[in-house]
Design a protein around this ligand. Structure first.
Ligand code: PMP
Length: 297
C-alpha cells in the first residue's frame, strides 16, 4: 500500500507515510471506534484526474462521524483540495483513496472529544476482480440496526465483513452475501447487491445496509436508461430465481455474480441489464458518453 516515497495527508500536513507514527493508546485502535471512506479517482476521457463523487463521500464521512459522536472539524472543500494535492504529490492518476477519522488516546468508553484525519491512497484494481463471482449465503447476519448505527461506515463494523468474507473463502466461494435480522437479503461484506428479473431491477431499501454511493449511481443510471427499478426487501429464494445479479461498490465497481450457493442465474451475464449497468457505470466514472446498444434494449 505504501513505500518509502508515499505521501499521506494527516491533520493538515502532507507527510511521508513511512515516517509517520500513531499512538498505541488510541481509542480507535482499541475499540474500533473510527470511521472511514473508500473513494476512487479516475483518469477521465479528457485526460483529467477526477475524484468520483468526492462531495458525496466526504458528506458520508461527516455523517458517519456524527452518528457515532466523533467530532468532525473539516470542510468538504479543504478535504477535497487536500485529496487532489496528495494524489498529485504521489503522481497518482487512478487510485483508491482512504480517508480515516480516528480518535486520540482514551481508554474509557466516553465519546471522543477530538479526532484526527488521515487521507491516504494506493493503486488498486477492481477489488473483487473482473471474473463473475461465486457467492454463498453467509451464516453471518449484518449487524442489527438496533445494536449499532449501521449507516455509519465505522471501522468496528468491518469485523462482521471480515468474518463473512473469510467464511466464503474457506468454503471455496469468492464472496459471502449477508442477510438482515429478518432474513431478507442485505448486502455483501463490502458491496451492495442488485438483481434483475423479467426486465426489472431490484435492490434492498436502506435500513439494514450501508447506503452505497455506487448503489445510488446505479439507481440514477437505471432512471437515465429507462430501466425499471424498485427498492424492496427480498429473500434468498427470490434472488435465486433472478435472471442476473450483481454487487456494486466503489472498490468493486459493478461486478456480476456467477452463482449463489452453487445455483446460476437465468441469463448469461453478457445479455443482462447488469452488464448494461456495468458498462454505463464505467462510462460515468470516466466521463465518457454511454448509449445503450440496441441489441441489449
Ligand atoms: N456495503 C458495504 C458494507 C460496504 O463496505 C460498501 C463499500 N463502502 C458498500 C456497501 C458500497 O458502498 P459504496 O458504493 O459507497 O462504496
Amino acid at each position: 500500500y505504501y513505500n518509502d516515497n508515499t505521501i499521506i495527508y494527516l491533520d493538515g500536513e502532507f507527510r511521508k507515510a513511512s515516517a509517520t507514527t500513531t499512538d498505541l493508546y488510541g481509542q480507535s485502535l482499541h475499540y474500533g471506534y473510527a470511521v472511514f471512506e473508500g473513494i476512487r479517482a479516475y483518469k477521465t476521457a479528457n485526460g483529467e484526474v477526477k475524484i468520483f463523487k468526492a462531495k458525496e463521500h466526504y458528506d458520508r464521512l461527516r455523517r458517519s462521524c456524527e452518528l457515532i459522536h466523533i467530532p468532525f472539524k473539516w470542510t468538504n472543500e479543504e478535504l477535497i483540495e487536500a485529496t487532489y494535492k496528495m494524489l498529485e504529490m504521489n503522481n497518482m492518476e487512478e487510485a483508491y483513496i482512504r480517508p480515516l477519522v480516528y480518535c486520540p488516546p482514551n481508554m474509557t468508553l466516553k465519546a471522543a472529544s477530538d479526532s484526527h484525519i488521515l487521507i491516504c491512497a494506493w493503486e488498486w484494481g477492481a477489488y473483487l476482480g473482473e471474473k463473475l463471482l461465486k457467492v454463498m449465503t453467509s451464516s453471518f447476519e449484518r449487524p442489527n440496526p438496533k445494536a449499532f448505527k449501521i449507516e455509519s461506515k465505522s471501522a468496528g463494523l468491518y469485523v462482521n465483513s471480515i468474518l463473512a468474507s473469510q467464511e466464503a473463502k474457506e468454503k471455496g466461494y469468492d464472496e459471502g452475501l449477508l442477510l438482515d435480522q429478518q432474513g431478507f437479503v442485505a448486502e455483501g461484506p463490502g458491496a451492495n447487491v442488485f438483481f434483475e428479473k423479467d426486465g426489472k431491477v431490484f435492490t434492498p431499501p436502506t435500513g439494514s445496509i450501508l447506503p452505497g454511493i455506487t448503489r445510488a449511481t446505479v439507481i440514477e443510471l437505471c432512471h437515465e436508461l429507462n430501466i425499471p427499478l424498485e427498492e424492496k426487501l427480498f429473500t434468498i429464494d427470490e434472488l435465486k430465481q433472478a435472471d442476473a445479479a450483481w454487487f456494486c461498490g466503489t472498490a468493486a465497481e459493478v461486478i456480476g455474480l456467477d452463482s449463489l450457493d452453487g445455483q446460476s442465474f437465468g441469463k448469461p451475464w453478457a445479455d443482462s441489464l447488469g452488464k448494461v449497468l456495468q458498462q454505463a457505470y464505467k462510462a460515468r466514472v470516466l466521463e465518457k458518453a454511454f448509449e445503450r446498444t440496441p441489441q441489449l434494449a
